[in-house]
Design a protein around this ligand. Sequence first.
Ligand code: ADP
Ligand code: MG
Length: 712
Amino acid sequence: MQYTFSTPIEYIPHVGPAFGKRLKTLKIKTLGDLVFYFPKYYQDYSNIKRIDSIKINESACIKGSVLEIQEEKSLRKRMAITKAVIQDETASIEVVWFNQPYIFKNIKKGDTLILAGKIAINNNHIYLSSPTFEKVSDKENMHLGKIAGVYSETKGITSRWIRFVLKPILDEIKNKIPETLPEEVIKKHDLISLREALYQIHFPTNMELAQKAQERFSFENIFMITLFAAKKKIENEKETSIPVPINKNVIDRFLDDLPFELTQEQKKSGWQIIKDMTRSYPMNRLLQGDVGSGKTVVSIMATINTVKNKSQVVVMAPTEILAKQHFKTFFNILKGYNINIGLLTGKEDKYYSKKLKSDTIEISRERLLKKTADGEIDVLIGTHALIASNPKKKTAKRETKVLFNNLGLVVVDEQHRFGVKQRAALCGKMKDKIPHLLSMTATPIPRSLALTIWGDLDLSTITEMPKGRKVIKTNIITETNRQKAYNFIEEQIKDGRQAFVICPRIDANDEKKEIMLEMKNVKEEYDKLSKKIFPHRKIEILHGKMTPKEKEKIMRDFRLKKFDILVSTSVVEVGIDIPNATVMMIEGADRFGLAQLHQFRGRVGRGEYQSYCFLLTDSSSTKTNQRLQAMIKYDSGFKLSEMDLKIRGPGDFFGVRQWGIPDFAMNALKDSRIIEKIKETAEEIIGYDIQLKKYPTLKVRLESFSEKIHLE
Ligand code: ADP
Ligand code: MG
């Protein structure tokens, strides 16, 4: 059989339908998928030590036979504890695995094992703690005394098995793997070939070569992202849109009329947008700014210039509440400007007419749509209902085929909540001309990272807050102070305020499992709080298993003060305003990235009251402490996200984990100098060969890459 990257995985020797099915849960469907399924890390089995020579706290690799093995259950947590004794010719040592029940099933007395892990000590008792291991007798084992890749595993698929299947097939196809990167790029950046890299990433000769392989794939991943972005950018520049000239008088009047002065960065962003829109190809700009930094008013500045130039504006928000909030804001600010504004959501349609001057009225969907299509509505604000195309779907009970007369500007708020397709659907509302697009987000992403991921977008950033904002008081709380924190919350509730409690994040290999475990966690926390700590208070829960509708209802009830405490997983809605909530208590704060902690903190301090953020942790590591201290020191999301990038890498940014880029490539994204270099190369190639005619294998790889990777 001739194997290629597109050979279905079942046809590979030793795989077959049963393993094929399991592999599919790891998204491995073809040989190519398997070959590009890289180890998470490596275990060095090449340096085996005598048991009598190992030292406490060091990481060591030993080889010996199993003298005893047994399984216990810890009473408190019902966790499986597997204990074994391993003996070599010099001594014996105890080995302990926590919560890995399958190990007990897989190891028998008398087996010979190679184990690698850390030597720990507890109450004068020395043991090898949760080591990785290889069975020497294993026919699947080909890595004795070598460096072995450790993969993300799933039920029935171990790292050993992956290596066992992969090695022979890789040997067979190795010499037929075509190079994807242009030769001059490989030379210029001193990379190793794809063939060599694929081999070394799975079966490294030594750690240096494993690293060279990682470097090559890091390069390749970032190269693909930037290539993709550069291509989109050039394609975008070939489109046509309606140029919107600058109406300086109107903008000056608008700025004068505002009840406050815009911050420098608001002004700068506003002018960047307005200037972009004078071009005859579509603007594609992202406005980033912390929660509360005043992005809405910047979008209104662009709106008024557009409307005064006889073009329409549409604003899409991710939730009903936000859409209504925007409608109110737009209508309050634009009242005196002779502008008609419509609101279109799944539930209600409203209309503000310039003839009415002072108030809004209900309007039928049909009339609103007609007025929009006629161009009578200048600004239309709404939810997903703006693009709902299937009237049978429950969310869009009524027909909503929104058509515009002359759509000039599309504003998408909280853009990461919408997919590329949804944004495109809004922009495709005009036949031949593409409207200008302004996306807004409160997720602070460091500039270097943003410019890579959103390389096809222009970026405006607001880092300063409007004057007079109250800083949220942030505290690190350890177990000893927990009760004090609860007492404080009680006091706040007595004063009429509300509180959030966020449960820790749980990492499982499997997303579904993660959601299940987090849900369980939230329920336990809820029980504890409602039965023991705050039995006389009303408490509700929010988690990822709930439908968007259920979530919205909870948030609405919280807003209406129907309960006092909301216990939630990390799903707590972005952009939701609960001005009466003053405490944000985050359990297991050390498990979250700074950027995410900052997002949570932004849920409070939105009203007139002084607000508080409690970071709970039982970790005593200085690194954790340093990280959490940063939350006390800084209140700028951008500052914190830059620190996060330095400390933890980009994996923790919103959505980034879902892209499907290997962790080591993610790590390369930390280094803005590498990014710059790669970007330059990608732009150069796309600049002279946008269709990649000269590089057919690269073209194919880019296509499959852009299908797999979801840059949102
Ligand atoms: P976000 O960037 O989170 O969307 P908003 O646009 O909702 O923030 O603005 C938050 C609040 O700040 C609003 O009430 C808005 O009126 C107010 N605001 C915006 N800009 C300024 C400013 N320059 N000075 C004072 N208040 C401002
Ligand atoms: Mg906003």
